[in-house]
Design a protein around this ligand. Structure first.
Ligand code: KIV
Ligand code: ZN
Length: 503
């Protein structure tokens, strides 16, 4: 059963009716044009009888609608509403009147105060009136309001729908007007209706998100026969909203369904809608939330970095570019994070670091993060400076003097004791190491390299040295200075302190 889903947008109707300041025609037109670019196949442009402003908006949008987009307006099962709906969308090439009435036992009894037979009769009359208006050129959609609450009278609903179809409805919409239980119960009802009605009737679902499962309910309904999926941009809609269009589209895409939408428009559109609706995007909102691409646990950060450019990510449902999101997965450093975040953040900031150095400074970063929470890049750079480029410890360089004949005089402190050592060596690095050794300290270096760089205001040379620590571990140390000799000496003293601090 592979059919292309029909995305029917309800942002301009259900979404609009829930706003603190419903949109005017001008605002609706901006959103409408975005919906067309997104590629939805049907748009419910408004509730024409709700206000003159909404009627005018429906009229305008119907007049600018592309020929291949279904344009519909909502109406209660009352003649005046239906006529207004028709008047408002009659200029659209593909016009549709959408009428609805509740059929749940609870609503028929306590809200409508009507018997089931009265409700059925009202629905049939409304549909046949709507059909007489749109004729063969247009469609009638009928919604069983509160369909999700129709478990106990589903046979009545199905019998009524058979007659409603005969009266002229070609789209039967099954709303979970209030989400009270779980997707599987709703989906079972959808399947019953799908099996009972003629196969040329389009089954639609319209799910509210009161318990946060509207996306699941909509996606599962698609696999039980619902072709038309009623969704709203940013999940706008009454109370906790309607099914979120982006989530449904991406879930079906990930399931291999042919989704006829321009998915790369999603992220930008979400920002526009948030702005225009004045409904903020929740930090953790799936796909579009500011935090939806952040990783803070060390394990997740490691997986995210290892799968960064791959279509499938270790800890993300899609590659962000699928929805046009340019900001990449963000790594934030907290007490839960690890070396990958330090490495990425420092590298991103333009400083040299190896993974083993990142690992070494993690405890300092964690200690700080335990106190203040997530560290900023500035905090992390400070930690880097204090623990990589300017390591505090028992050794302190006081002065280095070049004497004649490759000789140097090194003055340094170890704890409170001052050392003044004169040695000759094969260049300043060799001489300095010899001086430290002569003072009685272990100092075995394995490797040396110097690079020109333009990192901070005062640094133009960086020395990278590898020392062998007494426990056999290799320790990398760096020294940075505008003088190449000083960069070397700083690297040696940083190395001495790193090893000393390991004790
Ligand atoms: O939630 C609902 O039942 C509705 C109908 C009008 C379709 O919005
Ligand atoms: Zn609704």
């Amino acid at each position: 059963m592979e059919r292309q889903p029909f995305f029917y947008d309800i942002t301009l109707r259900d979404g609009n009716q829930s706003l603190k300041k419903p949109w005017n025609t001008f605002e609706k037109e901006i959103i409408f044009n975005n919906l067309i670019e997104l590629g939805v196949q049907g748009i419910e442009v408004g509730f024409a009888a709700a206000s003159d402003m909404d009627f005018e908006a429906c009229l305008r949008l119907a007049s600018i609608a592309p020929d291949n987009t279904v344009i519909s307006a909502l109406a209660r099962t009352v003649k005046n509403d239906i006529l207004k709906a028709f008047e408002s969308i009659k200029n659209a090439k593909k016009k549709r009147i959408h009428t609805f009435i509740a059929m749940s036992p609870f609503n028929m009894r306590y809200v409508l105060n009507k018997s089931p037979e009265e409700v059925k009769k009202t629905a049939i009359e409304a549909v046949s009136y709507a059909k007489s208006l749109v004729g063969n050129d247009g469609e009638v959609q009928f919604s069983v309001e509160h369909f999700g609450d129709c478990c106990e009278n589903i046979d009545f609903v199905i019998d009524s729908l058979k007659e409603i179809v005969k009266a002229g409805a070609s789209v039967i919409n099954l709303p979970n007007t209030v989400e009270r239980t779980c997707p599987s119960r709703f989906v079972n009802l959808v399947e019953k209706v799908y099996n009972a009605l003629p196969k040329d009737i389009i089954i639609s679902v319209h799910n509210h998100n009161d318990l946060g499962m509207a996306t699941a309910t909509t996606v599962e309904s698609y696999f039980k026969g619902a072709v038309q999926l009623e969704c709203a941009l940013n999940g706008l809609g009454e109370r906790a909203g309607n099914t979120n269009m982006y989530e449904v589209a991406v879930a079906l895409h990930n399931l291999g369904v042919d989704v006829p939408l321009n998915l790369s428009k999603i992220y930008e559109l979400a920002l526009v809608i948030s702005d225009m609706s004045d409904v903020k995007i929740y930090e953790k909102a799936p796909l579009i939330g500011p935090e939806a691409l952040s990783h803070r646990s060390g394990i997740h950060q490691d997986g995210a970095v290892k799968t960064k450019d791959m279509e499938k990510g270790a800890y993300r449902p899609i590659h962000p570019s699928l929805i046009g999101r340019k900001d990449d997965e963000k790594l934030g450093f907290t007490s839960q994070s690890g070396k990958t975040a330090i490495f990425e953040i420092i590298t991103e900031a333009g400083y040299p670091i190896t993974l083993s150095e990142a690992q070494r400074i993690v405890p300092f970063a964690k200690e700080e993060a335990e106190k203040i929470g997530e560290l900023t890049t500035r905090n992390i750079i400070d930690i880097y400076y204090n623990n990589v480029l300017n390591v505090k410890g028992a050794f302190r360089l006081c002065n280095l003097e070049k004497l004649e004949d490759e000789k140097i005089k090194l003055r340094f402190m170890y704890k409170d004791k001052e050392y003044n050592i004169e040695v000759s060596g094969n260049g300043p690095v060799d001489a300095c190491i010899k001086a430290v050794q002569k003072a009685g300290f272990d100092c075995e270096f394995l490797n040396y390299e110097q690079k020109a760089l333009n990192m901070g205001s005062d640094a133009s040379a960086m020395t990278i040295m590898q020392f062998k620590a007494p426990n056999g571990q290799t320790v990398i140390s760096r020294g940075c200075d505008e003088s190449t000799v000083k960069a070397n000496i700083k690297a040696i003293f940083n190395g001495l302190n790193i090893i000393e601090n390991m004790k």
